[in-house]
Design a protein around this ligand. Structure first.
Ligand SMILES: Nc1ncnc2c1ncn2[C@@H]1O[C@H](COP(=O)(O)OP(=O)(O)OP(=O)(O)O)[C@@H](O)[C@H]1O
Ligand SMILES: [Mg+2]
Length: 213
């Protein structure tokens, strides 16, 4: 299955989600290929740090910010992997549009903040464009960097539920230091010590929901 993690809004947790999902799926024994479609190459950097630190198993990761190369490489390698997870940058790029043409599922992390929620209409336009030219994928948004308290999560969720081009997936990833620290070391939250059980259970719940869709 090919999952594209995308949002035209920057800094919403796309790379964090993509890296964590990839490492979690690999830990379950799946053949996983992480594709970094962002010219910043944060996902590739995280995976490189993992290798430099000698953490095993390594994770297969390639970076293609050029749209044509990204699409053709995924089409070429589609049968070699059980899971392909694409991380695209936080802008309307060719790589984002190419990812929409090849993915089975679009996963959209959304922070529970007004600017982030307002920005979803731009992404919905892009999803609509892609579907108009024949792209066939299911789209799901979920709360990323969710608050531990307050009304913002619920308010954002209500707006996300109104989106026409994507469904709301009720599996939040909280704002937790473990996600940021693990990502910076190229580790999954399951490998981080000390372990944050809440971060682990959120990631597991999100992954199970996505892969059972
Ligand atoms: N659940 C989380 N809890 C705490 N910090 C987080 C979480 N998710 C992401 N972060 C931190 O927020 C910042 C942005 O996250 P990330 O790089 O994953 O976002 P992005 O959507 O990929 O950004 P960009 O649009 O620049 O590609 C990073 O410093 C990351 O460590
Ligand atoms: Mg990123």
């Amino acid at each position: 299955m090919i999952i594209a993690v995308a949002n035209t809004k920057g800094g919403t947790g796309k790379t964090t989600t993509a890296v964590q999902l990839a490492l979690y799926r690999q830990s379950l024994g799946h053949e996983v290929w992480l594709v970094d479609g962002d010219e910043q190459q944060s996902a590739l950097t995280a995976v490189s740090i993992r290798s430099e630190n000698g953490v095993k198993p390594a994770l297969a990761c390639s970076a293609y910010s050029d749209a044509r190369t990204l699409k053709s490489q995924i089409e070429t390698q589609i049968n070699k992997w059980e899971d392909i997870i694409i991380d695209v940058g936080g802008r309307d790029t060719g790589a984002l549009r190419a990812a929409l043409l090849v993915c089975d599922i679009l996963l959209v992390p959304v922070q529970p903040r007004s600017y982030d929620v307002w920005a979803l209409s731009k992404l919905e336009d892009i999803i609509r464009d892609a579907r108009d030219i024949g792209a066939d994928f299911d789209a799901y948004c979920f709360l990323s960097c969710a608050d531990s308290q307050g009304a913002d999560n619920q308010e954002a969720a209500e707006v996300m539920k109104q989106c026409e081009e994507m469904k709301f997936l009720d599996r939040a990833i909280g704002r937790r230091k473990a996600f940021a620290t693990a990502g910076g070391a190229g580790l999954s939250v399951f490998e981080m010590r000390p372990k944050d059980p809440k971060a682990c259970s959120e990631l597991k719940a999100l992954a199970e929901a996505i892969y059972n869709l």
